[in-house]
Structure formats: structure tokens, C-alpha cells
Design a binder for this molecule. Structure first.
Ligand code: NAD
Ligand code: UD1
Length: 336
């Protein structure tokens, strides 16, 4: 099987390339390197002993895309490419819609042209917005609160319309909870540009001495210790979920959303303490006000993915912080 991986040089994409290559798939990556480095793919080759083909191009470049689909004989597509920073999406919403929605439209048109109709799409738990209760099931109402989240929901809707127009499409909408961690080798991991927005890379940069203190956004939520609770999932478990989804598409399931989470929530302070244990470093922090748009608690009911994809997360918080630390301490400046 030959898989086209869009955005395959990025954080989740590179880990998924490792699992695909290790499982014997042929892999071609298309990425414009707008938020990643080609070094990640060199390290994917180093880990697996196999090389993904790499095409540096924008997904919206229809000429390149059409030529790729015509020449390479792909069997399915795993689609990661897109922009993902919530705050930035509020500042430049049109860029987000153009890239995320426009890229997906270009991709689907190119796929339809050559009759490839198996697609695994990176959606997000952010489509649920602030859920009325937890754990969150796939049939909960969707109500994203920012342009990034809406771009994901619009894409889900577009893919539903596509399926209604032609039910030979098979599409898995994977709603990720909070991806963290790194490959256990320490060779690939998350390499954010500038100041990290997300908790785990921020904690890791404090522990390694790149930043002085963590700011904990609020300790007055209705949670065990007052700090926000999230369903952190190891990126290797997440990557494996994509292989399970690809297998599932061969059974012609139509279009189905799946939560990819562990089903267990941890607070900010629990993550800080776990990281301190794993790294042997202290992570000094200050409690500050809530971050606008944040919710108190978010964790998945991963039952559907377990039942239909035969997928559950194997790795726990200890592996998540251990592998993040290995990556961060061995690559303090990321891929630079
Ligand atoms: P990432 O930024 O590391 O990877 C995305 C990749 O896509 C990058 O390599 C970037 O260069 C590439 N890209 C962006 N626009 C492109 C375009 N127009 N053409 C070609 N390449 C393009 O992000 P990630 O964390 O690996 O996330 C992958 C996907 O998962 C994204 O769609 C993201 O929205 C989604 N997601 C991520 C998270 C998370 O917390 N990391 C959570 C939920 C969903
Ligand atoms: C963020 C995104 C969400 C995306 C998800 C996974 C926002 C508003 N939401 O969610 O759309 O799907 O990442 O990538 O950005 N925290 C701190 N200090 C920090 C950073 C975070 O205390 O410096 C806290 C947050 O308040 C939250 C928890 O840590 O309680 C996790 O934050 P983060 O990693 O940013 O993920 P989400 O808020 O879940």
C-alpha cells in the first residue's frame, strides 16, 4: 500500500510516517515546510531504516498535486497539513480558512480525479468547544470557539457533503485530544516555533532551562486542584491510530468520526509533577489568571475507536513525560 501523507514532516505526521514505514507501507510526504524541517524526515529514515519520498510543495498547488496523483499510484491519503495555532487563527482567520479548508478542497479534488477515495483526516477535540459533560462522545454537539476549530468543523462538514454526493468515499475523521510526547528514541518530537502555546512543550523548555517559569492559567476551575484537566495522549499511540483507521477504511465504513484520547484526564499540576519526577529538574511556576477561551475539563470517551478500530492508547503519563524529556534534553534547540 502506498500512502500519501500531507504535512508528514510535522509533529504528528513524522511520528505517523515512522509507524507506517515500520509496518511496511510505502510513504510519500507532501509538505511545504511552513511549520517543520526536512531534518525530521531524515530522522524518520534513521529510525526505520526506510526512506519516505518527499515532495516539497503546498497542498494548494493543484498542478503538483495532480501530477503526484497521476504518477505515484497512491492507495490512500493521511491528511495532516494545516495551520494549528488557536491564538494566531483569531488574528489571521482568512489564512486559516484558506490553508486548512482550501488545502483540503484541493486534495479532495485531486483524489476524486484519479478515483482515490480513502482519506484519514486530522480533526480535533476542539470541535466540541466547551462540552456539557465528560467524557466526550462523538455524538456530542459540536461548537468550536475559534477560527482554527471552525476550520476543522467546516472540513468535517465538507467531507460529509462529499460522501453524500458519492458514497464510495471512505473517510475517518480523527478527533485528537491533547497530543504530547515524542518517539521513544528521542530523535523526533515536537519542535514549536517561538514561545510554545501548549502546556507540555512549555514545561519541557522550563525544565531544560530555556524558559524561566511556567505560567499556570488559573487555579480556580472546578477540578481536583483547581487547574485545567486534559486528556493527554502519547503521539506514538496517536500515530498508531492512523494505521488502524487506514485498515478500517478497507471495510468501506463510509464517513465516521473517532475520538483519539486515553479517556483519562490530568490536571496542569499533575503534569508538572510528573515531569519533575521524570526529568529530575524542577519546574517553577506562577499561578496567573485564566487564559481566555480555556475550558475546565476535557477528556474523551474512546469507546468507539476501541470497538471499531481495535485501537486503545497503551502509553501512560509516565511514558509521555519520559519521552518528552528525552527529546527535549537531547535536542534543546529542536531540529536546529
Ligand atoms: P505541525 O504544524 O507540526 O504539522 C503540520 C504540517 O503541515 C507542517 O509540517 C507544515 O509545514 C505542513 N503544512 C501546513 N500547511 C501546508 C500546506 N498548505 N501545504 C503543505 N504542507 C503544509 O502540526 P501537528 O501538531 O503535527 O498537527 C497535524 C494536524 O493535526 C494538523 O492538521 C492539526 O490541526 C491537527 N491537530 C493537532 C493537534 C496538536 O495538538 N498537535 C491537536 C488536534 C489536531
Ligand atoms: C489547545 C487548543 C486546542 C487544541 C489543543 C491541542 C487553545 C485555547 N486550545 O487546547 O484548540 O486542540 O491545544 O493542541 O489554545 N496551560 C497552562 N500554561 C501554559 C499552557 C497551558 O497552564 O503555558 C494549561 C491550559 O490552561 C490548559 C492545559 O494547560 O488547562 C492544556 O493547555 P494546552 O496544551 O494549550 O491545550 P488545550 O488548552 O487543551
Amino acid at each position: 500500500m502506498h500512502i500519501l501523507v500531507t504535512g508528514g514532516a510535522g509533529y504528528i505526521g513524522s511520528h505517523t510516517c515512522v509507524e507506517l514505514l515500520a509496518a511496511g507501507y510505502q510513504v510519500t510526504v507532501i509538505d511545504n515546510l511552513s511549520n517543520s524541517k526536512q531534518a525530521a524526515l531524515r530522522r524518520v529514515s534513521e529510525i526505520t531504516g526506510r526512506e519516505p519520498d518527499f515532495v516539497r510543495a503546498d497542498l494548494r498547488d493543484r498542478m503538483t498535486l495532480d501530477a503526484l496523483f497521476r504518477d505515484r499510484g497512491f492507495d490512500a491519503v493521511v491528511h495532516f497539513a494545516g495551520r494549528k495555532a488557536v491564538g494566531e487563527s483569531v488574528q489571521i482567520p482568512l489564512e486559516y480558512y484558506e490553508n486548512n479548508v482550501g488545502g483540503t478542497l484541493a486534495l479532495c479534488k485531486a483524489m476524486a480525479k484519479v478515483g482515490i477515495r480513502k482519506l484519514v483526516f486530522s480533526s480535533s477535540a476542539t470541535v466540541y468547544g466547551d462540552p456539557a459533560s465528560v467524557p466526550i462522545r462523538e455524538d456530542f454537539p459540536t461548537c468550536p470557539t475559534n477560527p482554527y476549530g471552525r476550520s476543522k468543523l467546516f472540513i468535517e462538514e465538507i467531507l460529509h457533503d462529499l460522501y453524500r454526493s458519492d458514497d464510495t468515499w471512505n473517510i475517518a475523521l480523527l478527533r485528537y485530544f491533547n497530543p504530547v510526547g515524542a518517539h521513544r528514541s528521542g530523535r523526533i518530537g515536537e519542535d514549536p516555533n517561538g514561545v510554545p502555546n501548549n502546556l507540555m512543550p512549555f514545561i519541557a523548555q522550563v525544565a531544560v532551562g530555556k524558559r524561566s517559569r511556567l505560567r499556570v492559567f488559573g487555579d480556580d476551575y472546578d477540578t481536583s486542584d483547581g487547574t485545567g484537566v486534559r486528556d493527554y495522549i502519547h503521539v506514538t499511540d496517536l500515530a498508531k491510530g492512523h494505521l488502524k483507521a487506514l485498515e478500517r477504511l478497507s471495510a468501506n465504513p463510509g464517513i465516521v468520526p473517532y475520538n483519539l484520547g486515553t479517556g483519562r484526564g490530568y490536571s496542569v499540576l499533575e503534569m508538572v509533577r510528573a515531569f519533575e519526577r521524570a526529568s529530575g529538574r524542577s519546574v517553577p511556576f506562577d499561578i496567573v489568571g485564566r487564559r481566555p477561551g480555556d475550558i475546565a475539563i476535557c477528556y474523551a470517551d474512546p469507546g468507539l475507536a476501541s470497538a471499531e478500530l481495535d485501537w486503545t492508547a497503551d502509553l501512560g503519563i509516565e511514558e509521555m513525560v519520559r519521552d518528552t524529556w528525552r527529546w527535549q534534553s537531547q535536542n534543546p534547540d529542536g531540529y536546529e
